[in-house]
Ligand binder design. Structure first.
Ligand SMILES: Cc1cc2nc3c(=O)[nH]c(=O)nc-3n(C[C@H](O)[C@H](O)[C@H](O)COP(=O)(O)OP(=O)(O)OC[C@H]3O[C@@H](n4cnc5c(N)ncnc54)[C@H](O)[C@@H]3O)c2cc1C
Length: 470
């Protein structure tokens, strides 16, 4: 179902009258800025961009699109825009101006509008001694992250962000504003908790917060030449730690850019990053086997919860980037060797980072009344990526990220992580099979015409034999 730009322009005034937010079409001032995703390597060219100001705007935009047989791609930041199908003929419905956040310290919950960034939640929540299940980056969107699962620094203790959702407001593909929670629209409530944004446009999420004021967290930096002993020691160590420890083993090649701190600029390191939900003394004991290796730089300290969002050194501003990831069923020593062969001291690769996140703990246990990702059936999570300021680098980084995935293919889990698969892939590749099948059925009843374009497509049951290319 597509709509020509000409049709859009004939009805443009009706859309502009209907919504209070911005409406932009190709050739118009502001279109390029409105369509720009956070990932600058992604070139989205929708027939129209609507910058919604309110849930009512979202509903009106959805009804407008539907009446013109136009498909809709909901989007906040555009951090997760890489896997999206081409948006020609579609409406890009952006929630960037809907960033209202309300913390309720009594019920320990937050209500965040669909365009809120994680920093909009973590900073005010900390004022009440509370923490959300945020990801590593302060500027990733709460909604896209949570709809796709959400694995952050508290994940082994408290599980996926998706399973901390208590309610969602969303606009259905027919333009109706509904509330989904345990007692209302239970199917929609189940679907949005890990199944991506394929059944409607979310306008707000409500989530549980957790009593976390400070943690013992930081990173140990070792020169890349020591990557073998560091990553092997980290791998063995992950088998010994309690659920209160979430950690990442990583190889990083820092670009020689002025904004990179002097001691790191232009250099390559093996790192261990970790967060421990507890006091300094116990934390120091826990990391002592890693500290005993003698890091060049050691940043571990007691930090307030929002500081976790600086720990992973995610880019503070939009950048062009490529990358891809996969769940790993297991991480034996041979898997670390495979990473070292690809990215160790002898390698000349354009990847900025190859990281392996330790899963398990609460992530492995089915959440009570959980959603489309009730738990994670994998022990580790790999992501490889890099910055791509030139087209040549774009191809090189994409190729190398795929090469890392292939090098680890033997240990790959039965499906991949929704939020870390940055290449076009159907939902069946990034969700547990039973969840994918239920989502197919729900898609058939809630969005049989495939109005909503989501990061990873889901084909309704009656189109079950269709492939993404047909
Ligand atoms: C620097 C960086 C760090 C990251 N760190 C982590 C991490 O620690 N843990 C983790 O799990 N993931 C992480 N991610 C992955 C991230 O969670 C995904 O890219 C996620 O999709 C981003 O959500 P967003 O809302 O910012 O992006 P968007 O691109 O705006 O949204 C992504 C997708 O979510 C859906 N969506 C968004 N808003 C709506 C809505 N209102 N209604 C319906 N559907 C909607 C759409 O399908 C959209 O295509 C990271 C990504 C980056 C770039």
């Amino acid at each position: 179902m597509t709509t020509s730009d000409a049709l859009v322009s004939r009805h443009l005034e009706a859309l502009r009258t209907a919504v209070t937010g911005g409406v932009f079409v190709p050739g118009q001032d502001g279109y390029d800025q409105a369509r720009q995703a956070w990932n600058l390597a992604v070139d989205e060219r929708p027939a129209v961009v609507v910058i919604a100001e309110s849930p009512a705007d979202v509903a009106r935009a959805v009804r407008f699109a539907r009446s013109r047989e136009m498909r809709i791609a909901p989007q906040g930041t555009g951090h997760g825009s890489a896997p999206l199908e081409p948006l020609g003929g579609a409406m890009l419905l952006r929630t960037v101006r809907m960033r209202d956040v309300r913390i309720d310290p009594v019920t320990r919950t937050v209500r965040a509008e669909a365009g809120a960034l994680w920093q909009d939640v973590t900073v005010p929540a900390a004022g009440h001694g509370l923490a959300a299940l945020a990801g590593t980056s302060p500027n990733v969107g709460v909604t896209g992250y949570t709809l796709g699962g959400g694995i952050g620094w508290l994940a082994r203790r408290y599980g996926l962000a998706a399973n901390s959702v208590t309610a969602a407001d969303l606009v259905t593909p027919y333009g109706d504003l509904v509330r989904a929670d345990a007692d209302h629209e239970p199917d929609l409530f189940w679907a949005i908790r890990g199944g991506g944004g394929s059944v409607g446009v979310v306008t707000a999420l409500e989530m549980r917060l957790f009593p976390v004021r400070e943690l013992y967290a930081g990173a140990l930096f070792f020169p890349l030449q020591r990557s073998a002993e560091v990553l092997h020691t980290w791998r063995v160590w992950t088998g010994t730690v309690p659920d209160e420890v979430t950690s990442i083993g990583r190889i990083m090649r820092f670009p020689a850019l002025p904004e990179v701190p002097g001691p790191l600029r232009g250099r390559a390191f093996a790192l261990v990053e970790a967060a421990y939900l507890g006091e300094e003394g116990a934390g120091a004991d826990l990391i002592s086997p890693l500290r005993a290796l003698g890091p060049e730089l050691d940043t571990f300290a007691m930090v307030p919860a929002p500081a976790l969002q600086q720990l992973h050194m995610d880019p503070p501003r939009p950048v062009p980037a490529e990358g891809d990831g996969e769940f790993l069923a297991d991480l034996p020593a041979a898997a670390i060797d495979a990473v070292l062969d690809m990215a160790g001291p002898g390698a000349d690769i354009p990847l900025t980072s190859i990281e392996i996140r330790h899963l398990g703990g609460a992530l492995a246990r089915p959440a009570r009344g959980g959603g489309a990702q009730p738990n994670i059936d994998a022990s580790y999570l790999m992501f490889a990526g890099g910055f791509t300021p030139t087209p040549e680098l774009d191809a090189a980084v994409r190729g190398q990220a795929q090469a890392v995935k292939e090098a680890l293919a033997f240990w790959r889990a039965s499906y991949d992580y929704y939020n870390f698969v940055e290449t076009p892939a159907p939902d069946s590749a990034v969700l547990p099979p039973a969840s994918y099948q239920r989502l197919q059925t729900l898609k058939a009843s809630y969005d049989p015409d495939q109005v909503i374009i989501s990061a990873h497509p889901i084909w309704p049951t009656r189109l079950g034999t269709r492939t993404k290319d047909s």
